[in-house]
Design a binder for this molecule. Structure first.
Ligand code: GTP
Ligand code: MG
Length: 471
């Protein structure tokens, strides 16, 4: 069975607590603070691995957990860090947040298209800092330490999209499966009724110059982009193949369809599904030329393709934009023309791969992009005015800070306030209309708002400055 979508629950390791401790020596009644930091919890990381071909490993096991960090100790002893948990997934896996309760997929966390590419899906909690960090000129003996940061946990959706180099695309029964069987060792089901192929097949094609992977996807019909037939399911598989082998039945099938109309219909479906597919390179493959009486249809299609190319080049055959896609006449049954098709496909795949490798050299650092997006999501928070001088603040980082605070320790609370201020929570509250004494709620905690920015005049000035900083 072809498994291409799974949902898993990931939990990173919690951070260990920082230690609150004071040095004890024989002759010193009360030494300085010496509480060490807690260790950080391990992250849960997904890593693309080209040697893995499906998501089957995640079909029966759904819960994955990284190790926690241990607590800090006296004598400045640092807790041990929890190990990261690395889960391998096939190259071509897209990762999304998943709402398990409502069975809905959420934001895209990463699109792992390169071998070795990683994304952190659950960040381990940082170890809490021990009390040695909180010494100031006025506070010689800080009687608090940070608790460990709680780890992230979430459901994610993994979806594998085919990473074939070329995909055989066309109406049902045009001979896509017959062609992949001719080109490679793949042995899909072949039959004279539509929708014989229900799941994509992959085949490795060995060519003299460059080997490549070809995919045989189920037939497309008019309206596929709106979900007709096996529509969407399969269009998404070709979204990422660099080259389309557009297969056309020279006989028009039992419905006596026109080859020209089929050609335009399929292109229309591709573009309606995703605009980028308009410029996706194509090789046109006219199949079943062993059957007598197909010459006319072949000529008509060649003429139509030529006219289309000319129109795209503004009617000028000598312009640089004038390019006619390659057209190959083949027979999957007799094998006629198939070797030439393989050679042409291999050459084009090679050129497309080289161009992609050039792009990579330009230094697209995918991992940094995913990590940057993660941090932005993490720091994001929302302020809501509930009315009656009550405000709520919600957001991942903000909530973590609150959980990390020992609530019955005043020094710890003052420390929390400084951290919230740094994140911009105070500014956002003032802008949302909070005034001193208003109630601020974060998770199940509530406290009174205290800000140096009090009068309306001061708020106005503050907002002006803040706006400038934002720009
Ligand atoms: N004469 C002739 N028949 C062919 C050729 N290629 C395929 N056929 C026949 O056309 C029918 C459909 O072939 P398939 O390979 O199953 O077509 P498909 O495009 O994979 O069809 P779906 O999976 O339903 O979309 C079968 O009966 C094949 O034997 C060819 O080159 N010549
Ligand atoms: Mg088929």
């Amino acid at each position: 069975m072809f498994i291409d979508q799974v949902h898993i629950h990931v939990k990173a390791g919690d951070g260990g607590a920082g230690c609150m401790s004071f040095r004890r020596e024989a002759h010193v009644p009360k030494g300085g603070p010496d509480g060490g930091d807690g260790g950080s919890g391990g992250d849960v990381i997904l890593e693309a691995d080209s040697s893995i071909s499906s998501l089957i490993d995640y079909r029966f096991k759904h819960h994955f957990k990284a190790r926690r960090g241990t607590h800090g100790k006296g004598s400045r002893m640092h807790g041990a860090n929890g190990e990261n948990l690395i889960l391998k997934v096939p190259t071509g896996t897209q990762v999304r947040l998943y709402d398990e309760e409502n069975k809905q997929s959420g934001v895209l966390l990463a699109d792992l298209t390169h071998n070795g590419e990683q994304v952190i899906v659950a960040k381990g909690g940082q170890g809490g800092r021990g009390n040695i960090h909180f010494v100031t000129s006025t506070r010689r003996a800080p009687a608090f330490a940070e608790l460990g940061e709680p780890a992230e946990e979430c459901w994610v959706e993994l979806e594998m999209k085919l990473m074939a180099d070329a995909a055989l695309v066309g109406m049902p029964s045009v001979g896509k499966s017959s062609l992949i069987a001719r080109m490679s060792a793949a042995r899909p089901k072949i039959a004279d009724y539509p929708f014989t192929t229900l799941v994509p097949n992959l085949g490795m094609v060995y060519s003299e110059d460059h080997n490549f992977v070809v995919a045989d996807v189920p037939g497309l019909i008019e309206g596929a982009a709106e979900g007709k037939g096996l529509g969407h399911e399969f269009l998404r598989h070709i979204e990422r193949t660099a080259l389309i082998l557009h297969v056309i039945d020279a006989t028009g099938g039992w419905e006596q369809r026109s080859a020209v109309k089929d050609y335009f219909k399929i292109n229309h479906e591709l573009v309606s599904y995703a605009k980028e597919l308009k410029d996706r390179p194509q090789i046109i493959v006219i199949n079943k030329v062993d059957i007598p009486g197909t010459d006319e249809a072949i000529q008509e299609l060649k003429q139509a393709v030529y006219e289309q190319a000319l129109e795209a080049a503004g009617g000028n055959e000598f312009s640089d934009d004038f390019a006619i896609p390659q057209i190959h006449c083949v027979s999957a049954v007799t094998g006629a023309g198939v070797d030439a098709l393989i050679a042409a496909t291999a050459q084009m795949v090679y050129e497309l791969r080289s161009a992609a490798a050039e792009d990579e050299k330009l230094g697209v650092q995918y991992e940094q992009i995913w990590e940057h997006q993660r941090l932005t999501r993490d720091k994001h928070f929302e302020v809501r005015n509930l009315g009656g001088h009550v405000f709520t603040v919600s957001g991942k980082a903000v909530e973590r800070m609150v959980i990390q605070t020992e609530w019955d320790n005043e020094e710890a609370i003052a420390h929390l306030q400084r951290r919230l201020e740094k994140l911009g929570v105070e500014k956002a509250l003032v802008q949302a209309g909070a005034r001193n004494g208003d109630e601020i709620r974060i998770l199940s905690r509530a406290f009174a708002f205290e800000s140096a920015i009090e009068s309306d005049e001061a708020i106005k000035r503050y907002n002006e400055v803040a706006d400038k900083i934002d720009d």
